[in-house]
Write a protein that binds this ligand. Structure first.
Ligand code: ATP
Ligand code: FE2
Length: 332
C-alpha cells in the first residue's frame, strides 16, 4: 500500500508518499516566508493552492510511482489556520474523488509524534512536542495522548519567531536565533516561568524586548532567549519523566531541530539513565510524510472518512484524538 499525505495547516505546503512499512518514497515542501509580519491565513492558503499541484507532481516523480499507484490519500485536518486547512482538504478530496481512492483526515500534532515513534523505533515514550503553535508534554494512556503540561500562552517556536521579528529576522527565525545565540556570552536576568508542568513565554519575550530597547547585545538576547526557555522545557520534561517513571523521551516539531535544546535534554535524560530520541530534521518540521504515515495508522485501524463529508477543525487538540491504532496493530 502507498499513501500520499498532504500537509498544509500553516506556513508549509507539503506532499509526502510513504509505503505501509513507512519507507519514505517522497517528501517535498514549500514554505511561505512573509517579509516582516506574521503569517496571514488567507495569503498562506493562496500560497498552498498555488503550490499543491506542482508539489503533488514532484512527489509522484520522486517516488517513481504513478498517481494510480497511490492507495490512500491522507490530509492534515487540524489544528491550524482555517483557510489553509480548507485549501488542504480540498486538494486531498479532489485527488480522492478524481482517482476514486479512500481518504482520511489526521491530527497534525499526533502526526508529528507518530512519525517520530516509527522512525526512532520507540514504543511508549514521553513526548515533548515543540513547534510554532504548540508546546506540549504528552504521554499515552488508554487510547488517548494525554497532555501532562503545555504552554499557557504562545508556542516556543512562536516565541522565537516573535523575537525574530523584533530583530528583523525573516520567518522562520528559530534557526537564525540559534546561530546568533552561539555567540552570546552573558545570561540576562530574565523571568523564568514554570507552573507545575506548564510554561509561559510572553513575560520572557516582553523582558527581552525591553532589554533590546535598552541596548543589550543581540547575541546576549538570543542566548538568554534559548537558555531560559529551553531550561524551562527541560525542567518540566524532567518532572514528567520522574512522575511517570518512563525512561524514553521523544522530541518532535520544528524546534526539535535546535541543537541546544537537544543538548540540554540529553544531559537531563542521562542523569536519569534514560534515552532521548530525535527524528531527522526533515521529519521534525511540518511535512507530508508524517501525515501519510499517520493516515495509514488511522485507516488500518478505523477505516476511511466519508469523502462527501470531509471536515476540518482549527482547534483539533492532541488529546481529542481517539487513538485507535495503538495496542491494536501489533507491529506499530
Ligand atoms: P505546529 O502546527 O505543529 O504548531 P508549525 O506549523 O509551526 O507547528 P513546525 O514546522 O512544526 O511548524 O515548526 C516550525 C517552528 O520551528 C518555527 O517556529 C521555527 O522558527 C522553528 N524552528 C525551526 N528550526 C529551528 C531551530 N533550529 N531552532 C529553533 N526553532 C526552530
Ligand atoms: Fe507542525
Amino acid at each position: 500500500m502507498n499513501i500520499m499525505g498532504i500537509e498544509g495547516t500553516a506556513h508549509t505546503a507539503s506532499v509526502g508518499i510513504v509505503s505501509e512499512q513507512c519507507d519514505i518514497l517522497a517528501n517535498v515542501s514549500d514554505t511561505i516566508s512573509p517579509e516582516s509580519e506574521g503569517i496571514h491565513p488567507r495569503i498562506a492558503a493562496n500560497h498552498h493552492a498555488e503550490k499543491f499541484p506542482e508539489l503533488i507532481e514532484n512527489a509522484i516523480k520522486n517516488s517513481s510511482l504513478k498517481l494510480s499507484d497511490i492507495d490512500l490519500i491522507a490530509f492534515s485536518m487540524g489544528p491550524g489556520l482555517g483557510p489553509c486547512l480548507r485549501t488542504t482538504a480540498t486538494a486531498a478530496r479532489t485527488i480522492a474523488i478524481f482517482r476514486d481512492k479512500p481518504i482520511v483526515g489526521v491530527n497534525h500534532c499526533v502526526a508529528h509524534l507518530e512519525i517520530g515513534r516509527k522512525v526512532c523505533k520507540v514504543d511508549d515514550p514521553i513526548l515533548l512536542y515543540v513547534s510554532g503553535g504548540n508546546t506540549q508534554l504528552i504521554t499515552y494512556s488508554e487510547n488517548r495522548y494525554r497532555i501532562l503540561g503545555e504552554t499557557l500562552d504562545i508556542g516556543i517556536g512562536n516565541f522565537l519567531d516573535k523575537l525574530g521579528r523584533l530583530l528583523n529576522l525573516k520567518f522562520p527565525a528559530g534557526p537564525k536565533i540559534e546561530k546568533l545565540a552561539a555567540k552570546g556570552k552573558n545570561l540576562l536576568d530574565a523571568p523564568y516561568t514554570v507552573k507545575g508542568m506548564d510554561v509561559a513565554f510572553s513575560g520572557l519575550l516582553t523582558y527581552l524586548q525591553h532589554e533590546l530597547n535598552n541596548g543589550a547585545s543581540i547575541h546576549d538576547v538570543c542566548y538568554t532567549a534559548q537558555e531560559i526557555s529551553f531550561s524551562m522545557l527541560t525542567e518540566i520534561t524532567e518532572r514528567a519523566l520522574t512522575f511517570t517513571k518512563k525512561k524514553d523521551l521523544l522530541i518532535g516539531g520544528g524546534v526539535a531541530r535546535n541543537k541546544r535544546i537537544i543538548n540540554m535534554l540529553e544531559k537531563m535524560v542521562n542523569i536519569h539513565d534514560g534515552r532521548l530520541y530525535v527524528p531527522p530534521d526533515e521529519l521534525c518540521s511540518d511535512n507530508g510524510a508524517m501525515i501519510a504515515w499517520t493516515g495509514y495508522l488511522v485507516y488500518s485501524s478505523s477505516g476511511p472518512d466519508d469523502v462527501n463529508n470531509i471536515t476540518v477543525d482549527q482547534k483539533y487538540r492532541t488529546d481529542m484524538v481517539n487513538v485507535t491504532w495503538r495496542n491494536s496493530i501489533t507491529d506499530h
